[in-house]
Design a protein around this ligand. Structure first.
Ligand code: FE2
Ligand code: FE2
Length: 470
């Protein structure tokens, strides 16, 4: 009965809160937004329905929120009428105490966030800019790593063209980030969110997407290194043709290189990967080139895909440059590479001009095979007997270029490098499958500056919630 009662109070309270909030000054509205989202956050964490009550207490506790008196008095009236026996009243008192406690905590969190904003505002312009944002995040080194702080500072600066935002807008952004759904009309630059079509309070937009995409290697988590061998089922005729084409190519290449005959040796592995990586670096570069030309030709933005494909091509080139430090290709290999580059390079360019979606699907399936190949190599290294030279790669240092590129550390081994390369291939697999079928105008679905920013704000608020309980 009590829970039900509070749930009903909650619904009533929110509708009233929303109505009253619309008439408040903008700074107060921002605080109401944050408080409301903090409450919803609590509800999402599977607390009881009665968590709605602290908001009302918070309104009372917070002097800036002018709706306090009206809200709490209406709420108390309702409680009195509904809880008509002694037990219910006692339970209600207990709940009220808890709510008051929570309310004080939430008021404290809001005060702490505002204190952070004021403290960071060194030029005292009542706005927060990229440097000031970084100063706030640096206060919590256990939550934000230096590289994350640098990146989010860049995203903020480049997206806003160096402009700061008012504290009120920043509070709104926090509220929006916690919820992720609330539609907020904001003055200034309107930006439609890429996927949801909702405008972001900070109007970060997609400017930075054009040139900011950059994958820092060597940040693979253990989970990412444990690549799952996924397969995308072909749906269209084009997908089926792409899958069959990859099947034919793989069969021919396996047969010619005798991959499935005899045991796998270091020489066999290096021959295979060196040749394949010379080919693997082609599609990303061709895709990037076509998108670059399209952007020049049509005077339109690329949307950040170009950088991603260029990164893919470069990444494959780094695979190659790492492997050739382990084996110097002979004349025959060099001639074969020259011939294949001429044929595959020219052929892929023609194909990409005609059917880019087919090409990305094709590459997606090629990369599925690459994941299988590197998984086989990793298993061979890990299971090799001590007498088998393949076992040396468990302890042999990876080439310096590879240790640097993937941040493997000074004692990073060839096996570590294989794990990193496989994770790269899995990423290419997923990227190419995702982009196949996207409209050329769609911004990069894998690099959304607003989402990145919201994730940081969420982490920031979660940190404040934790600190608020201390
Ligand atoms: Fe590769
Ligand atoms: Fe690849």
């Amino acid at each position: 009965m009590t829970i039900q009662c509070h749930h009903r109070i909650g619904s009533f309270a929110w509708s009233h809160l929303s109505r009253r909030a619309s008439s408040l000054p903008s700074s107060t509205k921002a605080n109401v937004g944050v408080a409301k989202q903090l409450m919803l956050c609590g509800r999402n964490r599977k607390q009881t329905y009665s968590t709605v009550m602290p908001s009302l207490m918070m309104l009372r506790a917070h002097p800036q929120l002018q709706v306090a008196t009206a809200m709490s008095s209406r709420c108390c009236d309702f409680s009195t009428k509904t809880d008509n026996n002694d037990d219910a009243v006692a339970a209600s008192d207990d709940n009220m105490k808890k709510h008051q406690q929570n309310a004080a905590e939430i008021a404290k969190i809001i005060r702490n966030i505002k204190a952070d904003l004021v403290e960071a505002d060194v030029n005292n312009d009542k706005k927060i800019d990229a440097e000031e944002l970084k100063a706030i995040l640096k206060k919590y080194p256990h939550v934000f790593k230096d590289e994350d702080i640098f990146e989010i500072g860049e995203v903020f600066y480049t997206s806003r063209g160096g402009e700061g935002v008012s504290h009120e807008r920043f509070m709104k952004a926090i509220s929006n980030a916690i919820d992720g759904k609330e539609e907020i009309d904001e003055e200034g630059v309107q930006h439609r969110r890429m996927q949801t079509g909702i405008s972001h309070p900070l109007g970060l937009g997609t400017c930075s997407t054009e040139y900011m995409y950059g994958k820092s290697r060597g940040v693979y988590s253990d989970e990412e290194l444990e690549v799952k061998l996924t397969h995308v089922e072909p749906k269209t005729m084009q997908d089926k043709m792409a899958l069959q084409a990859v099947g034919v190519v793989r069969f021919l290449f396996d047969t010619v290189s005798m991959w499935n005959h005899g045991e796998i040796t270091q020489a066999k592995v290096l021959r295979r990967v060196i040749f394949l990586e010379t080919v693997a670096g082609i599609p990303g570069f061709v895709a990037a080139m076509f998108r670059h030309f399209r952007s020049l030709r049509t005077f339109t933005r690329d949307g950040g895909m170009l950088n991603m494909f260029l990164d893919e091509a470069n990444n494959e080139r780094m695979h190659l440059l790492s492997f050739v430090r382990m084996r110097d290709p002979g004349l025959f290999m060099r001639f074969t590479v020259l011939a294949s580059q001429t044929v595959v390079g020219a052929g892929f360019m023609v194909l990409y001009a005609i059917a880019p979606d087919f090409c990305h699907r094709f590459v997606g399936y090629v990369e599925e095979e690459a994941c299988h190949t590197y998984t086989t190599i990793i298993k061979e290294i890990e299971s090799a007997q001590e007498a088998n030279p393949m076992s040396e790669w468990r302890t042999q240092l990876a080439p310096r270029i590879a240790r640097g590129y993937w941040h493997l550390g000074e004692d990073g081994t060839v096996l570590d490098m294989m794990y990193a390369i496989r994770a790269d291939e899995a990423e290419h697999r997923d990227v190419n499958h995702v982009v196949s079928g996207l409209s050329p105008d769609q911004p990069n679905p894998l690099y959304n500056p607003e989402e990145k920013f919201d994730q940081v704000l969420k982490k920031y608020v979660e940190n404040m919630l934790e600190r608020g309980k201390e």
